[in-house]
Design a protein around this ligand. Sequence first.
Ligand code: EPZ
Length: 420
Amino acid sequence: MGYYIVQGGKKIEGDFAVRGSKNAALPILAACLLAEDEVVLENCPLIQDVFLTIEILRELGCTVTLSEESRSLIIDSRNLSETTICSETVQRMRSSILFLGALLGREKKAVLGHPGGCCIGKRPIDLHLCAFEKMGVVIREKDGILDCEVPHILGYHLYLDFPSVGATENILLLAAKAEGVTVIHNAAREPEVVALARFLRACGAEIYGEGTSNIMIEGVTHLHGAYFSIPADRIEGGTFLCAAALTKGELRTKGLEREQMEAVLSAMEQTGCRFLWEKGDTLWMRPPKILRSGFSITTGPFPYFPTDMQPLMMSLLTLANGTCMMSETVFEARFSQADGLCRMGADICVSGQTATIRGVEKLHGAEVYGKDLRCGAALLVAALAAEGESRIHGSAFVERGYEKIEDAFSLLGGNVRLEA
Ligand code: EPZ
C-alpha cells in the first residue's frame, strides 16, 4: 500500500473548488439501475470508490462511459444481465449494500455478500433487512451471502430505530418502485439522502419530505433517465478548511452549500476561525493567530456535527491553546487517528467514546498509519502543520474518498507527494 511524504510547516491557502460528494455519488450510481434509459451525471468525483462502483455496474451488464476531463458519467442499464454481486466486491466497499435496494427495485431479486464491519465499527445492516422484510422481501442468508427476492414490493410505514443513512437510502431505492405508499419515520436527514431523493425524483419517482425525519414515497411503475449534477462534498470541504486553519492559511472554497456546513463552521468558529459567505457558494475562511479551546464537540446524525469530520476536527484541535473534548456517538471505534496524532506530538487521551485533546505548542513529523479513509486524511492534515517530514501509510484508504489529495494540497502551498 502506498504512502504520502509530507514536508510540513507550509500554509495551505488560496482557492479550492470542492469536488463532487462521494457519499452522494455512490447511492446515485446504484440508483441508475432503476432508470429505464440513459442517465447523465455531472460533477462526478474521480475517486476509487466511484471507480469500483462503476466496475460493479459494468459487471451487472450496464454500459458506463466516464469522461474524466468533463467529470461526467453516462450510465445505461437497459442491458442489465446480472443480479449477483460477488461478496469480495461487497467486502471491499460497504456502500455496495445499496445495490440491494436498487436490484430488488429493478429485477425483484438480488444476491450479494453481507458487507460485514470495518475498523470504525461493526456496521450491521439489520435496519436495512428488517425494513425490506416488511416490504415483502424474502431474505435467505447462508454463509454470509444474502439471497433476496420480492414477488411484490409492498409500500409500508417504517420506523427506523436509528436514522441510518444507508438504511434510509436503501429503502428509498426499493420504495420508489413499490406498489403503494411507503413512509420512513426517523429517516436520516443527511444532504446525501436529499441528493438521492432529488435524483430519483428527476427520474420520475414520487418522493416527499427528504431532509426531514419523515419521508413519503409513492411507488411508480417506471423510472426514466435523467441529467443530474452531483452536489459538492461537504466532508472534503471541511477537510480542506481544517487543513488551512491548522496551517494558518486563508482559504476560499467554491461549491459548498451553506445549510450543509452549519455544524462544522460553528465548531471551527469556536477555535477562532472566521467565515464569510460570498456570492452563494463561495466561502472565505480566515484562521486565528492562536486556535482557541475550552469547548466540546459531539458527533450525531445530521444536522449535528458529522462523524466523518470528527477525525479532521481532532487534528485541528491538537494545536489549540488548551483542552477540548470530543464525543463520538455514531460509530463505536472511530478514534483510530489518535495514535498517529500522538506520535506526531499531540496530547490526546481516549476513554471509550470520548477523547480529551490537550493542545500542544507544535507537532513534529513522524511515520504513521492511516487505518481508514478519514483517519488517513486526519493524519495527512496534521502532517501539513507538523515540523519536518512525515510519512502517512494507507494512501489507498484516502484515495477511496479524496481525488488526488496530494496534488490538491500541493496546489494550495503544501509539500505533499504520493509514493505508490
Ligand atoms: C454513511 O455510512 C456514510 N457512508 C459514512 O461515511 C457516514 O459516516 C455514515 O453514513 C454516517 O453519516 C456512505 O454514505 C457511503 P449509517 P452508513 O447507516 O450508511 C448503525 C465516510 O467516511 N446501523 O448511518 O453505513 C451503524 O452501525 C463514511 O465517508 C445499525 O445499527 O452509516 C452506525 O453505528 C464512513 N444498523 C450508525 O448506525 C443498520 O442497519 C450509522 O450508520 C445500519 C446502521
